[in-house]
Design a protein around this ligand. Structure first.
Ligand code: TRP
Ligand code: ZN
Ligand code: CA
Length: 434
């Protein structure tokens, strides 16, 4: 079903996103190119994995917690499926709180070893229950996506690696251990890490992490395509394993359907459900197979596959030199222009006649916006002038004839919001010199 969001009132998510801020600095992540369409992930398969994880808990004192037999049994279960599907699996051991913990890493053979796309989920539960939403849901969706990669015989441009982390519930211990033991040279090859922790909450919201702009946009595009509105995840940035990767500079993203926070009435309007906790069984004994919203699990599982297909199949390092600023810049409502700057260095002579300008602006009404590229000497090239009306966001690539400009120097993206009420922020600005 297609939702219609009242255009001039849906500013909440953007305000929250601005408060959170984003990753600053320059990255080299390439825009995804044309990729094969991802398969529809069968919900029945994902649910079967949850049933199996529930059985493992039932046979092991009711949980799958770090240091308990149900955890190792969960690792063995996932590993066997991946081995049978042709993955190269590794079990990594660590010790925390006086018990052995395990991470499971699965590499899909092939792809560029210098560009690794990772996706992962924590496999441990808390000791009070089976942990089917937290985090059987993410574990099962990542597993089924990995199995779909095998069924499709996917040969992506990037190398694919999947991870199931131990002892997340003790403070992201397993994922921190993995990252700490990944040599610096190997870390630099990880072009992105996608995290899935709680994606089948019984009273779901559809939250996308506000981190790497390309990853974030990939998820948002998926949900836009099925007509499901999303919001930026704000129930605790850094509360799951993506933080371990983000902390060492790896671009991250992910999905979440909500934990103990209460759904607002505005969110009930948007997504249905009730104005109660997203997951009333969070960290409790009722987090069983009954604690799953099938629609949320289905959509999010398909979104996992969409992201893996899209982000792994894209063109590699774009030809030429790329200069990018991914720091978020708030755009004041109906106010002064703001800018995001990239410093271009190392290019002889003038800029090209085909300077590629990638603009990523998150906004609730792009018809409010005037967007210019400003050359180092102050010359102005208008790329967007209040067109597009009530559509959200301005995510576009423009080609600018900048052949009369000296290439090196500070180039600015200048954005002004010219009408009251709707707001947003610059999420990314990138120049590509062919
Ligand atoms: N990781 C948390 C847990 O397992 C759940 C959680 C809370 C979460 N807030 C989050 C996960 C935000 C992802 C994003 O207890
Ligand atoms: Zn948890
Ligand atoms: Ca406005």
């Amino acid at each position: 079903m297609k939702f219609s969001v009242p255009r001039r009132t849906a500013t909440l998510a953007v305000v929250a996103a601005m408060a959170l801020g984003g990753l600053a600095g320059t990255t080299a992540s390439a825009a995804p190119g044309a990729a094969l369409a991802a398969p529809d992930i069968p919900l029945a398969n994902v649910k079967q994995h949850l049933t199996d994880l529930q059985s493992i808990a039932n046979a092991n004192g009711g949980n799958r917690a770090h240091g308990r037999t149900g955890y190792k049994a969960s690792i063995d279960f996932v590993k066997a499926k991946l081995d049978a599907a042709g993955y190269t699996t590794t079990v990594q051991q660590f010790t925390t709180s006086g018990a052995t913990g395990y991470n499971l890493i699965a590499d899909w053979p092939g792809g560029d070893p210098n560009q690794v796309l990772m996706a992962g989920a924590h496999l441990d539960s808390v000791s009070s229950g089976a942990g089917i939403n937290d985090n059987g849901s993410g574990s099962a969706a990542v597993l089924e996506t990995a199995l779909a990669v095998s069924r499709a015989g996917l040969q992506p441009t990037k190398h694919l690696r999947f991870g199931w982390w131990g002892a997340e519930e003790l403070g992201l211990v397993g994922s921190k251990y993995y990252v700490a033991n990944l040599p610096t040279t190997e870390r630099a090859k990880v072009s992105g890490y996608l995290n899935f922790d709680m994606i089948g909450s019984p009273n779901p919201g559809y939250f996308v992490y506000d981190d790497d702009p390309t990853i974030e946009q990939t998820f948002k595009s998926y949900f836009a395509g099925i007509g499901v509105p999303t919001e930026i995840e704000t129930e605790g940035d850094g509360r799951s394993d993506h933080a371990s990767f983000k902390n060492v500079g790896i671009p991250v993203g992910g999905l979440f359907t909500g934990a103990s926070r209460v759904k607002t009435s505005a969110q009930v309007q948007k997504w249905g459900g009730t104005a109660t906790a997203f997951d009333r069984c969070y960290h409790s004994s009722c987090d069983t197979t009954a604690n799953i919203n099938d629609t949320a699990l289905d959509r999010n599982s398909d979104a996992v596959a969409h992201a893996i297909w899209t982000l792994s199949g894209g063109t590699t390092t774009p030809p030429g030199k790329v200069f990018e600023n991914t720091a978020d810049v708030a755009i004041p409502d109906n106010g002064a222009a703001v800018t995001s700057t990239v410093d271009v260095t190392g290019i002889a002579g003038n800029a090209p006649a085909t300077l590629k300008v990638d603009v990523n602006i998150v906004h609730t009404y792009r018809g409010d916006l005037v967007v210019d590229l400003v050359a180092p000497d102050g010359s102005v090239y208008n790329v967007h002038n209040r067109s597009g009306g009530s559509a959200d966001n301005l995510v576009a690539t423009y080609t600018v004839n900048a052949s009369t400009e000296v290439a090196n120097g500070a180039w600015k993206l200048r954005v002004q919001d010219k009408a009251a009420q709707d707001t947003g922020y610059i999420s990314g600005f990138k120049l590509t010199f062919p």
